[in-house]
Design a protein around this ligand. Structure first.
Ligand SMILES: Cc1cc2nc3c(=O)[nH]c(=O)nc-3n(C[C@H](O)[C@H](O)[C@H](O)COP(=O)(O)OP(=O)(O)OC[C@H]3O[C@@H](n4cnc5c(N)ncnc54)[C@H](O)[C@@H]3O)c2cc1C
Length: 387
């Protein structure tokens, strides 16, 4: 799918090496861990050992010294092999980025080596039940009490809180000068008193579970705050752009996986005189999906390049567009792949039907299709706002 003009030899080599690791595990492994209700820890550990999980983190803290470009290649290739690691989107991509860019020396030393070698993970919690897509409305509030912070609020749909050592929680503090509530990021350890979680029963066949969280007067030390108290929004976006790029990688990987299965099937399944793939009604939508996935991947690459070059604003727009394009391409690729297999598209044996639900996640999270269309309408095209 690539050549050295578009992608460096190092990146192609990384792609091939990750693909080989993915092949050793595959979809059946991930489905089994989901059935057993556990995290894919063997794959996580192997990917970590090979330096893939921390490829974007600074070398001085045990990372690979690369960027989101490299991390997105890792996730895309694991996905294309049928075994994407969802926690990569939150742990190294969001939390690792935010801590390495804005954390104190002590926070970096405490967290980055573990995030880089996969021995520690961090979840990320911004979504709230009464705010949803409108993150300006979040009400989780941090109050200063002497040397401590006291956090109160609720979160919903937060992935992997049970396996993560801590969750990076987006809250708000009262700005001392204006009195306005400004976003702030706090590291909340999994077992902090007052921090409770209940699992949400999702129709997803995934190893990572989603949780509703309650923060009831959670007392945290002063150094739980990551970065500046008054620069929260900027810091937040520094983490959200990698999240969008990684969600695009997740979606493209899944789309490629489904498409490859469908293409294989269409080449051999024969009910008339030619295999079903000879019928254009089957072939053209598959070709279309291939094109859409390739286009989305180009946009993802642009977003990652901008981000890694330090252009947060440019990366914001591109990351939104890449996430949109990748999610839409993935949803269509999965839908057409299931259809291509006829009845087998819905069997456990072929394992494609569960991707119908999984592919929809990319359309909704971390920012929905409509919110991206809003962003492009207002920010890119300058159209007026309706809300
Ligand atoms: C599997 C999964 C994992 C997740 N993991 C995490 C996680 O780890 N951490 C985390 O913080 N969150 C996580 N989320 C939450 C996710 O980011 C939210 O679901 C998402 O942001 C949408 O919010 P909502 O569900 O409240 O939808 P709502 O905001 O209630 O939106 C409902 C519908 O209305 C539309 N809509 C809303 N506002 C507008 C508007 N102004 N114009 C047009 N349409 C609009 C939306 O597009 C959507 O279709 C996860 C979600 C899922 C499904």
């Amino acid at each position: 799918m690539s050549n050295s003009v578009v992608e460096s030899e190092e990146h192609q080599a990384l792609r091939a090496a990750v693909a080989a690791l993915g092949q050793r595990y595959g979809r059946e492994y991930l489905a089994r861990t989901a059935r057993e209700g556990r995290h894919p820890e063997e794959l996580w550990a192997d990917a970590a050992k090979l330096g893939y999980l921390g490829v974007n983190l600074p070398e001085e803290y045990g990372g690979g010294g690369g960027g989101i470009t490299e991390l997105s290649i890792v996730l895309e290739e694991l996905g294309a092999a049928g075994c994407p690691l969802l926690m990569m989107v939150v742990s190294p991509a969001i939390c690792g980025t935010v801590i390495s860019r804005f954390g104190t020396g002590a926070q970096k030393r405490a967290w980055l080596p573990g995030l880089a070698d996969g021995t520690r993970t961090m979840a990320f919690g911004i979504t709230e039940p009464d705010a949803g897509s409108n993150s300006h409305r979040i009400t989780t509030t941090a109050r200063r009490d002497g040397d401590s912070w006291v956090l109160t609020g609720r979160k919903v749909f937060i992935s992997g809180v049970d396996i993560a050592d801590a969750t990076l929680i987006v809250g708000r503090t009262e700005d001392a000068t204006s009195g306005r509530l400004v976003p702030c990021l706090f590291i909340v350890p999994r077992d902090a008193p007052g921090f409770s979680r209940s699992v949400i029963d999702m129709e997803l066949q995934a190893a990572e579970k989603q949780f509703e969280l309650v923060l009831d007067e959670v007392r945290l030390p002063a150094d739980a705050l990551v970065g500046e108290e008054d620069a929260g929004l900027l810091q937040l976006f520094a983490g959200l752009n990698p999240e969008r790029i990684m969600t695009a990688a997740f979606a493209i990987g899944m789309g490629r996986y489904a498409l490859a299965k469908a293409v294989d099937y269409a080449k051999t399944r024969q009910v008339w005189k030619e295999p079903v793939g000879a019928h254009q009604a089957i072939a053209h939508p598959l070709a279309q999906s291939h094109i859409e996935l390739e286009l989305a991947r180009l946009m993802m690459r642009k977003a990652a390049l901008l981000y890694d070059a330090g252009d947060d604003m440019g990366a914001g727009e591109a990351a939104n567009m890449a996430k949109y394009a990748a999610a839409e391409a993935c949803v269509r690729a999965v839908d057409q792949s299931v259809h291509t297999l006829g009845g087998n598209g819905l069997t456990r044996e072929y394992g494609l039907a569960s991707l119908i639900t999984a592919s929809r996640v990319a359309r909704i999270a971390p920012v929905s299709r409509e919110m991206i269309l809003n962003f492009v309408s207002h920010q890119t095209l300058g159209l007026p706002k309706s809300y």
